[in-house]
Design a protein around this ligand. Structure first.
Ligand code: SAH
Length: 392
């Protein structure tokens, strides 16, 4: 067994069950560990701390699998961990989409598994998860009864782990890469191979339903609409019109398809391919106004060093949105940047309202859906926050 020995005093975060061991905390490794191999973590006095997956390149040098000395990290271990993550989502109907495993927050660092109907989409994001790739794929199929398992391990995070991109079918039926599913009674379809991320932003599912309840009779503007998750819900809730904006033509084409798949009236929806930052200014200059605006931008801050720039971007779009709202109108505004916490986000939105010279009240606080749990020991798992504000 290869031991990773920590520098004196560097075990504090591990004792609080945070699963990461940074390279700066490591004194030495007594052997040549393969990338992703399980190693034993000990403190400077030689006491056992944890079993972890070694990552030879990443600044996060190891991620903890278990704090139990008696544990063996093997097929049974992953079976148990996967089964308990799946059990947490046991009440999700098979026709729906759900995040079954949310990495560190589900005690399986570096592993994300989403289920869309009968298909699984796995992301192996760390060397440790990659090391157990085949075992995990087999177990996931066995435990869920899925008929096909895809991989979308083609995101930036893998490069930091010394892993190359990989995507495609791992096992099962390879006749098609599209799958239909329901979300709160609305029908959607993803192309698992061609879609962004794992195809659909599942973290917003309950917020889309909440917004359905606020849309009756509204002229709505859905900014960063992607494949129309909010647009479909606004229409289902009885919106009078929706203007849906995104910079991706492919996403807009799929959004249009989703409107039709749900038998909603396409004549009251306008899809606009544009940069939201510019388009909001254009709408302001044309004196357009709305009863309801959604702002669901992509992540602006990937790191704490980008907070300031992100804050400016959030302020900019929120300020413009406030200017486009009719009296009594509502703005649903989100941030999925983990580095921008809830308090800061609220401050930014408040600053935007002041600069737009509007008075507004918070009507709802939004968070990520329950299938994206937040581990108390790993606060980084909380990233999506939002506010519904009403201008008075
Ligand atoms: N609201 C969506 C998810 C939004 S994801 C849903 O519920 O499914 C963010 C979207 O922003 C992506 O579709 C991306 O194409 C788009 N995007 C990123 N930068 C943009 C920009 N500057 N202008 C317009 N769209 C942008």
């Amino acid at each position: 067994m290869i031991d990773l020995i920590l520098l004196p005093g560097k075990e504090k975060s591990l004792q609080r069950f945070h699963p990461w061991i940074y390279s700066g905390a490591v004194s030495s490794v007594n052997g040549q560990a393969e990338n992703g191999e399980t190693i034993r973590v000990i403190n400077s006095s030689g006491d056992f701390l944890a079993w972890a997956a070694y990552s030879h390149l990443s600044k996060i040098r190891a991620r903890v699998w278990s704090w139990e000395r008696e544990e063996s990290i093997d097929r049974m271990f992953f079976r148990d961990r996967l089964a308990s993550a799946i059990a947490l989502r046991a009440n999700t109907d098979l026709s729906c989409a759900v995040r079954l495993v949310y990495a560190e927050a589900d005690n399986i660092p570096g592993l994300i598994i989403d289920r869309y109907g009968d298909a699984l989409v796995i992301q192996f994001l760390s060397a440790g998860a990659e090391y157990w790739r085949q075992t995990i794929a087999e177990l996931a199929m066995e435990l869920t009864g899925a008929t096909r398992v895809f991989e979308r391990s083609d995101i930036e995070a893998r490069r930091l782990e010394g892993l190359t991109d990989r995507s495609g079918l791992i096992m099962g039926d390879n006749s098609r890469s599209t799958v239909e599913f329901l979300e709160n009674g609305a029908k959607f379809e993803v192309d698992i191979i061609a879609g962004q991320k794992t195809g659909f932003y599942l973290d917003q599912s309950k917020n889309r339903l909440i917004m359905r309840g606020y849309s009756s009779g509204c002229d709505a503007l859905d900014c960063f609409c992607y494949t129309g998750g909010f647009t479909v819900n606004l229409l289902m809730g009885g919106a009078q019109s929706v203007l849906a904006v995104d910079s991706s033509a492919n996403a807009l084409a799929q959004a249009q398809k989703h409107v039709c798949m749900n038998y909603l009236d396409p004549s009251i929806v306008e899809f606009k391919e544009a940069d939201v930052f510019r388009f909001l200014r254009e709408l302001r200059d044309r004196n357009r106004s709305f009863d309801l605006i959604i702002l669901d931008p992509p992540k602006f801050a990937y790191h704490t060093s980008q907070i300031e720039r992100a804050a400016r971007a959030y302020k900019d779009i929120n300020l413009l949105a406030f200017k486009l709202l009719r009296p009594g109108g509502k703005l649903a505004t989100f941030s999925c940047s983990g580095a921008v916490d809830e308090a800061l986000f609220q401050k930014i939105v408040a600053g935007a309202a002041v600069d737009a010279r509007v008075h507004a009240q918070i009507v709802e606080h939004f968070h990520q859906a329950q299938d994206h749990p937040i581990a108390l020991a790993y606060p980084e798992s909380a990233y999506l926050k939002g506010l519904l504000v009403k201008v008075v």
